[in-house]
Ligand binder design. Structure first.
Ligand code: ADP
Ligand code: 5GP
Length: 213
């Protein structure tokens, strides 16, 4: 049996709070962490590649994947569909690899309520202020003014789900936030539910006790 079971690490935040930045730092810190590449019906942004940031699909293709039961969760966000393919997740966590999800609160709820829910570690990222959230969205330079306005409007709703998460981090200084994220992941990996091999360890300890008598 593997020494440890993988975690489903869910990062959610209002758009612009820094979850993609934190997700890439986490993956660079531990390259064994698998990123759950979502499927989406939104158009690729410049520089995005099919299969790397997202799997880009038509609405019809997306709907048939959902109908086939291929999605662990799916939701409509900003008028587009997004979903996490189920296939790679169970195999990875059984093999002791963590899987990282950059998904919204609707996806977070569905994964927590799924059969893999007991292996979920969910973390919500808050911006230090709304003014800073808007500044980050604008400085990212990826979206039009209309899209940024829509994301800012949606932020209030996304933020209202903060109490549903295991941990909440205010992403003020990026290095500090990342250090706290590392601490959380390192500790959660040691949870009893993540260490199936402990049963054998304790059995061996008991055997040793019996051999002494
Ligand atoms: P999200 O994935 O939550 O939409 P991003 O990770 O794309 O957000 O971050 C939005 C912008 O803010 C990016 O330009 C990123 O470099 C920047 N950013 C992220 N975290 C911080 C931080 N702690 N301080 C300043 N800028 C940050
Ligand atoms: P973006 O279009 O900026 O890449 O993502 C928009 C929002 O959709 C973000 O809040 C992101 O976390 C969320 N998202 C991305 N992939 C998924 C997914 O597979 N499922 C769900 N529920 N949300 C997703």
């Amino acid at each position: 049996m593997d020494q440890r079971r993988g975690l489903l690490i869910i990062l959610s935040s209002p758009s612009g709070a820094g979850k993609s930045t934190l997700a890439s730092r986490l993956r660079a810190w531990d390259t064994s962490i698998r990123f759950s590449v979502s499927a989406t019906t939104r158009a690729p942004r410049p520089g995005e590649e099919h299969g790397r940031e997202y799997y880009f699909h038509s609405r019809e293709e997306f709907e048939s994947m959902v109908a086939r039961g291929d999605m662990l969760e799916h939701a409509e966000v900003f008028g587009n569909f997004y979903g996490s393919p189920k296939g790679p997740v169970a195999a990875a966590i059984d093999a002791g690899q963590d899987v990282l999800f950059d998904i919204d609160w609707q996806g977070g709820q569905q994964v927590r309520n799924s059969s893999l829910g007991k292996h979920v570690l969910s973390i919500f990222i808050l911006p230090p202020s709304i003014a800073e959230l808007e500044r980050r969205l604008r400085s990212r330079g990826q979206d039009s003014d209309d899209v940024i306005d829509a994301r800012m409007t949606k932020s209030r709703d996304e933020i209202s789900h903060w109490p549903e998460y295991d941990f909440v981090l205010v992403n003020d200084n990026l290095d500090d936030t990342f250090a706290r994220l590392q601490t959380i992941v390192s500790a959660e990996r040691l949870r009893l539910s993540q260490q199936p091999a402990l049963v054998d360890t304790v059995r061996n300890l008991n055997k040793e006790f019996e051999e002494r008598t």
